[in-house]
Design a protein around this ligand. Structure first.
Ligand code: DOR
Length: 445
């Protein structure tokens, strides 16, 4: 039967084999066996009967604000939030100060994150007209998950608005390009529709057409250049059939907040704390996003964790910055949606584990399978919890979901065999490492 470093005993595993009872044996930080381990010995045996054992949850869109904006968040605090929320790895965005647009800036982030983040990590490189020539080199560096383009301006200075610029970027390099798709020209034209002090005008200014126009342009440019793209945080039902016609070239992300909140209630209840880009829209759009989840048009769920301080958010709209924290609440919210029957637990694993693995070409993570890293998220599907600001580990100290009761809660976060979180407590030292990617494994040789 053998001996293991760790055995998770009697849990309900959710993986490529469906939902089934199995023990999981871990050795040297990797999954060594899935099945019955009756009689096997281990340094540590954890009884997980009654709990679900998932592949480690990967949040492929977070903003951790370091360097330069550490008052809002830093790599360490953001990673505490991640592991408390059952997240084992995060992919972080380049709109920091300085922006992650050079080889040096990327290497600096990797060095800051290593052994200081509690979860594993990778970083997007911001693609611009200026650094396009260097992209083929930078995108191959250790710790790079892909490229990011803002086609509409949001927090920070990164922007590639016009077709020529986007085409230039898409023609350089090979890794997946994640895009913020809102048409900058339409946003500029409509800027005065954002009424001072009235956040409910946010989706009027940044309207459905701004998203649809941009996504159509983007798909045309992706096809012209033959580049695979990943369209982030889709917010409109109208974009879904367009994306569905282009699945050979694009992948699609939605966020838990676009699946959970709806206008106008969210603006009545949360004010500027519900302000994000692209905006939260009506219940009809939310229903369209759920339909896209059901139809398989959506590939991943990412949180777009975008912390801002309370006092920043309390400024009158539109001075208030767009974005809300989310890395810690992604899994609890989605487990609650599973319990409510809106998606299956298998589909959730597809969206937050298998999906990121497949589309970013992650090496050795994202699957609960022998030989893969022992990144495991243990969840209690029955536990009822009221989300509170006290639980939030982000520096911002708030969540738009405070006061919401959810059913389903992360019980433990295991990363490369090390238990990093158990029962809402962070354990041990930070040991974060860069996620590896199949296309750049030669960098790790
Ligand atoms: O609402 C948002 N906030 N959307 C983005 O695209 C950026 C993010 C941020 O960095 O604050």
């Amino acid at each position: 039967m053998g001996t293991y470093d760790l055995i998770l005993k009697g849990g309900t595993c959710v993986n490529q084999d469906g939902v089934h009872q199995a023990d999981v044996g871990v050795n040297d930080g990797k999954i060594a066996f899935i099945g019955s381990l009756n009689g096997a010995s281990a340094d540590k045996i954890v009884d997980v009967a009654g709990l679900h054992v998932l592949p480690g949850v990967i949040d492929s869109q977070v903003h951790m604000r370091e360097p330069g904006l550490e008052a809002k968040e830093d790599l360490e605090t953001g990673s505490r939030a991640a592991v408390l929320g059952g997240v084992t790895a995060v992919f972080e965005m380049p709109n920091t100060k300085p922006t992650t647009t050079t080889s040096e800036a990327l290497a600096d982030k990797v060095s800051r994150a290593t052994d200081r983040m509690f979860c594993d990590f990778a970083f997007y490189v911001g693609a611009t007209v200026e650094n396009a020539e260097e992209i083929p080199t930078i995108e191959r560096q250790i710790g790079c998950c892909g490229l990011k383009v803002f086609m509409g301006s949001s927090t920070g200075t990164l922007l590639v608005a016009d077709d020529g610029g986007v085409k230039r970027v898409l023609s350089h390099g090979r890794r997946r390009v994640a895009i913020h798709s809102e048409d900058e020209f339409r946003l500029r034209e409509r800027r005065e529709l954002a009424v001072l002090g009235d956040v409910s005008t946010h989706p009027v200014w940044r309207d459905v057409e701004a998203a649809v126009l941009c996504t159509k342009r983007l798909l045309r440019l992706a096809r012209e250049t033959g580049r695979r793209i990943h369209v982030l945080h889709i917010s409109t039902a109208d974009e879904i059939p367009i994306l569905a016609q282009n699945k050979d070239i694009c992948t699609v992300e939605v966020t838990p907040q676009h699946l959970t909140l709806a206008a106008p209630e969210c603006y009545d209840e949360l004010g500027t704390f519900a302000q994000m880009n692209p905006p939260i829209r009506s219940a009809e759009h939310r229903a369209g996003l759920w339909e896209a989840v059901a139809q398989g048009v959506v590939d991943v769920i990412g949180s777009d964790h975008a912390p801002h301080l309370k006092e920043e958010k309390e400024q009158p709209y539109p001075k208030s910055p767009a974005g809300m924290p989310g890395v810690q609440t992604l899994l609890p919210l989605m487990l609650d949606h599973v319990n409510a029957g809106r998606l299956t637990i298998e589909r959730l694993v597809d969206l937050v584990c298998h999906g990121p693995q497949r589309l970013f070409g992650i090496s050795g993570k994202g699957r609960l399978a022998v030989g893969y890293d022992a990144d495991i998220t243990v969840v209690d599907m029955k536990k009822k919890t009221v989300i509170s600001n006290d639980w939030i580990a982000s520096k911002c100290g708030w969540t738009p979901f405070a006061g919401k009761e959810v059913t389903g809660w992360p019980k433990g976060t295991i990363i490369r065999g090390r238990t990093v979180m158990w029962e809402d407590e962070i354990l041990g030292q930070a040991g974060g490492r860069p996620v590896r990617f199949q296309e750049t494994m030669d960098q790790h040789a």
